[in-house]
Write a protein that binds this ligand. Structure first.
Ligand code: CTP
Ligand code: MG
Length: 239
Protein backbone atom coordinates (compact mmCIF):
# COMPACT_ATOMS: atom_id res chain seq x y z
CA UNK A 1 0.00 0.00 0.00
CA UNK A 2 0.98 3.62 -0.43
CA UNK A 3 2.74 5.77 2.16
CA UNK A 4 2.27 9.52 2.56
CA UNK A 5 3.80 11.99 5.00
CA UNK A 6 2.33 14.88 6.97
CA UNK A 7 4.77 17.53 8.21
CA UNK A 8 3.31 19.83 10.85
CA UNK A 9 4.88 23.27 10.28
CA UNK A 10 2.13 25.49 11.62
CA UNK A 11 3.74 26.64 14.86
CA UNK A 12 5.09 30.07 15.74
CA UNK A 13 8.41 29.05 17.28
CA UNK A 14 8.08 31.07 20.47
CA UNK A 15 10.80 29.29 22.40
CA UNK A 16 13.29 29.94 19.64
CA UNK A 17 12.22 33.55 19.38
CA UNK A 18 13.42 34.43 15.87
CA UNK A 19 11.83 37.07 13.66
CA UNK A 20 9.92 34.31 11.85
CA UNK A 21 8.77 30.80 12.85
CA UNK A 22 11.80 28.49 13.08
CA UNK A 23 10.68 26.29 10.14
CA UNK A 24 11.23 29.29 7.85
CA UNK A 25 14.68 30.25 9.22
CA UNK A 26 17.39 29.81 6.58
CA UNK A 27 20.20 27.31 7.20
CA UNK A 28 22.96 27.58 4.61
CA UNK A 29 20.58 29.48 2.37
CA UNK A 30 17.63 27.07 2.58
CA UNK A 31 14.66 27.26 4.98
CA UNK A 32 14.58 24.54 7.64
CA UNK A 33 11.28 23.15 6.33
CA UNK A 34 12.84 22.79 2.87
CA UNK A 35 15.74 20.75 4.29
CA UNK A 36 13.27 18.38 5.98
CA UNK A 37 10.99 18.14 2.92
CA UNK A 38 13.96 17.47 0.65
CA UNK A 39 15.11 14.61 2.87
CA UNK A 40 11.65 13.03 2.54
CA UNK A 41 11.42 13.70 -1.20
CA UNK A 42 14.60 11.67 -1.67
CA UNK A 43 12.70 8.60 -0.48
CA UNK A 44 11.00 7.19 -3.55
CA UNK A 45 8.32 5.14 -1.76
CA UNK A 46 6.75 8.18 -0.08
CA UNK A 47 4.01 9.44 -2.39
CA UNK A 48 2.52 12.72 -1.18
CA UNK A 49 4.08 15.08 1.33
CA UNK A 50 1.65 17.40 3.10
CA UNK A 51 3.18 20.47 4.73
CA UNK A 52 0.78 22.10 7.20
CA UNK A 53 1.38 25.81 7.81
CA UNK A 54 -0.60 28.63 9.40
CA UNK A 55 -2.84 30.68 7.14
CA UNK A 56 -0.45 33.65 7.16
CA UNK A 57 2.41 31.47 5.88
CA UNK A 58 0.67 29.66 3.03
CA UNK A 59 2.15 32.03 0.46
CA UNK A 60 5.60 31.78 2.10
CA UNK A 61 5.44 28.00 1.80
CA UNK A 62 4.25 28.12 -1.80
CA UNK A 63 7.16 30.35 -2.76
CA UNK A 64 9.60 27.97 -0.98
CA UNK A 65 8.18 25.12 -3.08
CA UNK A 66 8.74 27.17 -6.24
CA UNK A 67 12.17 28.46 -5.34
CA UNK A 68 13.65 25.15 -4.16
CA UNK A 69 11.90 23.01 -6.76
CA UNK A 70 9.87 20.74 -4.46
CA UNK A 71 7.79 18.32 -6.49
CA UNK A 72 5.60 16.30 -4.17
CA UNK A 73 4.40 18.85 -1.60
CA UNK A 74 0.82 19.94 -0.99
CA UNK A 75 0.32 22.90 1.37
CA UNK A 76 -2.53 22.74 3.87
CA UNK A 77 -3.73 25.32 6.40
CA UNK A 78 -2.93 24.46 10.02
CA UNK A 79 -4.76 24.83 13.31
CA UNK A 80 -4.12 26.42 16.70
CA UNK A 81 -2.40 23.35 18.16
CA UNK A 82 -0.06 20.77 16.67
CA UNK A 83 -2.79 18.10 16.81
CA UNK A 84 -5.24 20.35 14.99
CA UNK A 85 -2.62 21.03 12.32
CA UNK A 86 -1.98 17.31 11.82
CA UNK A 87 -5.72 16.60 11.71
CA UNK A 88 -6.14 19.25 8.98
CA UNK A 89 -3.33 17.59 7.06
CA UNK A 90 -5.02 14.19 7.25
CA UNK A 91 -8.37 15.60 6.13
CA UNK A 92 -6.90 16.44 2.74
CA UNK A 93 -6.78 12.72 1.94
CA UNK A 94 -10.08 11.73 3.44
CA UNK A 95 -12.33 14.61 2.46
CA UNK A 96 -11.05 15.17 -1.04
CA UNK A 97 -10.92 18.93 -0.59
CA UNK A 98 -8.67 19.39 -3.60
CA UNK A 99 -11.28 18.71 -6.24
CA UNK A 100 -8.96 19.69 -9.08
CA UNK A 101 -6.20 17.41 -7.85
CA UNK A 102 -7.46 14.70 -5.50
CA UNK A 103 -4.86 12.95 -3.38
CA UNK A 104 -5.11 9.22 -3.01
CA UNK A 105 -5.76 8.06 0.56
CA UNK A 106 -2.60 6.24 1.70
CA UNK A 107 -2.44 2.96 3.58
CA UNK A 108 0.11 4.38 6.01
CA UNK A 109 0.81 7.97 7.01
CA UNK A 110 4.09 9.16 8.46
CA UNK A 111 3.96 12.13 10.82
CA UNK A 112 7.21 14.02 11.08
CA UNK A 113 7.97 17.48 12.47
CA UNK A 114 9.16 19.96 9.86
CA UNK A 115 11.80 21.05 12.38
CA UNK A 116 13.66 17.72 12.54
CA UNK A 117 15.65 17.91 9.28
CA UNK A 118 18.02 14.94 9.59
CA UNK A 119 15.56 12.20 8.75
CA UNK A 120 16.91 9.00 7.15
CA UNK A 121 15.29 6.14 5.30
CA UNK A 122 16.18 3.36 7.79
CA UNK A 123 14.14 4.77 10.67
CA UNK A 124 11.22 5.51 8.32
CA UNK A 125 11.26 1.93 7.08
CA UNK A 126 11.16 0.69 10.67
CA UNK A 127 8.23 2.85 11.79
CA UNK A 128 6.24 2.16 8.62
CA UNK A 129 6.72 -1.59 8.92
CA UNK A 130 5.75 -1.49 12.60
CA UNK A 131 2.67 0.61 11.79
CA UNK A 132 1.59 -2.01 9.25
CA UNK A 133 2.09 -4.77 11.82
CA UNK A 134 0.60 -3.03 14.87
CA UNK A 135 -1.46 -0.04 13.68
CA UNK A 136 0.81 2.66 15.10
CA UNK A 137 4.51 3.15 15.79
CA UNK A 138 6.83 5.92 16.89
CA UNK A 139 10.45 6.64 17.64
CA UNK A 140 11.55 6.94 21.27
CA UNK A 141 14.75 8.10 23.00
CA UNK A 142 16.17 7.65 26.48
CA UNK A 143 15.32 10.52 28.82
CA UNK A 144 18.02 13.16 29.26
CA UNK A 145 16.58 14.39 32.57
CA UNK A 146 14.51 12.76 35.27
CA UNK A 147 10.80 13.71 35.21
CA UNK A 148 9.45 15.18 38.43
CA UNK A 149 5.94 16.28 39.37
CA UNK A 150 5.28 19.12 41.76
CA UNK A 151 2.43 19.45 44.21
CA UNK A 152 0.29 22.58 44.63
CA UNK A 153 2.88 24.27 46.86
CA UNK A 154 5.55 23.99 44.16
CA UNK A 155 7.53 21.31 45.99
CA UNK A 156 8.37 17.84 44.78
CA UNK A 157 5.44 15.46 44.80
CA UNK A 158 7.03 12.49 43.08
CA UNK A 159 9.63 11.56 40.49
CA UNK A 160 9.71 8.91 37.79
CA UNK A 161 12.38 6.25 37.61
CA UNK A 162 14.33 7.52 34.62
CA UNK A 163 15.40 4.13 33.27
CA UNK A 164 11.78 2.99 32.96
CA UNK A 165 10.63 5.89 30.78
CA UNK A 166 11.39 7.12 27.27
CA UNK A 167 10.86 10.39 25.47
CA UNK A 168 8.43 10.15 22.57
CA UNK A 169 10.09 11.51 19.46
CA UNK A 170 9.53 11.47 15.71
CA UNK A 171 8.92 10.05 13.17
CA UNK A 172 5.68 8.25 13.88
CA UNK A 173 3.58 6.21 11.47
CA UNK A 174 -0.01 5.01 11.53
CA UNK A 175 -2.41 3.05 9.43
CA UNK A 176 -4.27 6.00 7.93
CA UNK A 177 -7.73 4.81 8.96
CA UNK A 178 -6.62 4.37 12.56
CA UNK A 179 -5.14 7.82 13.13
CA UNK A 180 -7.95 9.48 11.20
CA UNK A 181 -10.58 7.73 13.28
CA UNK A 182 -8.69 8.53 16.48
CA UNK A 183 -8.69 12.23 15.65
CA UNK A 184 -12.40 12.12 14.88
CA UNK A 185 -13.24 10.39 18.14
CA UNK A 186 -10.97 12.26 20.51
CA UNK A 187 -12.09 15.31 22.45
CA UNK A 188 -11.02 18.97 22.64
CA UNK A 189 -8.83 18.23 25.65
CA UNK A 190 -6.83 15.72 23.62
CA UNK A 191 -6.54 18.13 20.69
CA UNK A 192 -5.62 21.17 22.76
CA UNK A 193 -3.43 19.70 25.50
CA UNK A 194 -1.34 17.51 23.29
CA UNK A 195 -2.19 13.97 24.35
CA UNK A 196 0.55 11.84 22.81
CA UNK A 197 -0.42 10.89 19.24
CA UNK A 198 0.43 7.22 19.75
CA UNK A 199 -1.73 7.27 22.84
CA UNK A 200 -4.69 8.65 20.88
CA UNK A 201 -4.49 5.64 18.56
CA UNK A 202 -4.31 3.34 21.55
CA UNK A 203 -7.11 5.02 23.49
CA UNK A 204 -9.63 5.48 20.70
CA UNK A 205 -8.81 2.66 18.31
CA UNK A 206 -7.52 -0.01 20.67
CA UNK A 207 -4.54 -0.50 18.44
CA UNK A 208 -1.04 -1.33 19.61
CA UNK A 209 1.58 1.39 19.36
CA UNK A 210 5.04 -0.04 18.75
CA UNK A 211 7.97 1.89 20.21
CA UNK A 212 11.06 2.00 17.99
CA UNK A 213 14.53 3.10 19.08
CA UNK A 214 15.01 6.53 17.51
CA UNK A 215 18.05 8.55 16.61
CA UNK A 216 19.80 11.41 18.45
CA UNK A 217 20.10 13.11 15.05
CA UNK A 218 16.33 13.51 15.02
CA UNK A 219 16.21 15.95 17.90
CA UNK A 220 13.73 18.80 17.51
CA UNK A 221 14.92 22.32 16.75
CA UNK A 222 13.35 24.13 19.70
CA UNK A 223 15.79 26.75 21.03
CA UNK A 224 18.23 29.05 19.27
CA UNK A 225 21.15 26.76 20.07
CA UNK A 226 19.39 23.98 18.13
CA UNK A 227 19.33 26.18 15.04
CA UNK A 228 23.08 26.76 15.35
CA UNK A 229 23.69 23.04 15.81
CA UNK A 230 21.55 22.15 12.79
CA UNK A 231 23.28 24.75 10.67
CA UNK A 232 26.75 23.43 11.51
CA UNK A 233 25.70 19.84 10.68
CA UNK A 234 24.27 20.99 7.33
CA UNK A 235 27.46 22.93 6.65
CA UNK A 236 29.58 19.83 7.40
CA UNK A 237 27.36 17.70 5.15
CA UNK A 238 27.77 20.18 2.29
CA UNK A 239 31.58 20.35 2.53
N1 CTP B 1 3.05 22.88 14.95
C1 CTP B 1 1.97 22.94 14.06
N2 CTP B 1 0.85 23.65 14.41
C2 CTP B 1 0.75 24.23 15.62
C3 CTP B 1 1.83 24.16 16.53
C4 CTP B 1 2.97 23.46 16.17
O1 CTP B 1 2.04 22.39 12.97
N3 CTP B 1 -0.36 24.90 15.92
C5 CTP B 1 4.29 22.19 14.52
C6 CTP B 1 5.50 23.10 14.58
O2 CTP B 1 5.55 23.96 13.43
C7 CTP B 1 6.65 22.12 14.65
C8 CTP B 1 6.03 20.92 15.38
O3 CTP B 1 4.62 21.12 15.37
O4 CTP B 1 7.09 21.70 13.37
C9 CTP B 1 6.58 20.78 16.78
O5 CTP B 1 6.09 21.83 17.60
P1 CTP B 1 7.00 22.85 18.43
O6 CTP B 1 8.41 22.41 18.46
O7 CTP B 1 6.30 23.12 19.71
O8 CTP B 1 6.97 24.16 17.48
P2 CTP B 1 6.33 25.57 17.81
O9 CTP B 1 4.98 25.39 18.41
O10 CTP B 1 6.42 26.37 16.56
O11 CTP B 1 7.36 26.17 18.86
P3 CTP B 1 7.01 26.82 20.30
O12 CTP B 1 6.24 25.76 21.05
O13 CTP B 1 8.34 27.12 20.89
O14 CTP B 1 6.19 28.06 20.02
MG1 MG C 1 4.75 24.38 20.33
Amino acid sequence: GSVAAVLPAGGSGERLGAARPKQFCALQGRPLVSHTARALERISWISDIIVVVSLEHIETMKSIIQKYGHKRITVVEGGVTRHRSIFNGLKIFAENKLSNCPLQKPEVVIIHDAVRPFIEEDILLKVVKAAKDHGAAGAIRPLVSTVVASSADGCLDHSLERARYRASEMPQAFLFDIIYQAYHQCNDYDLDYGTECLHLALKYCKTKAKLIEGSPDLWKVTYKRDLYAAESIIKDNLS
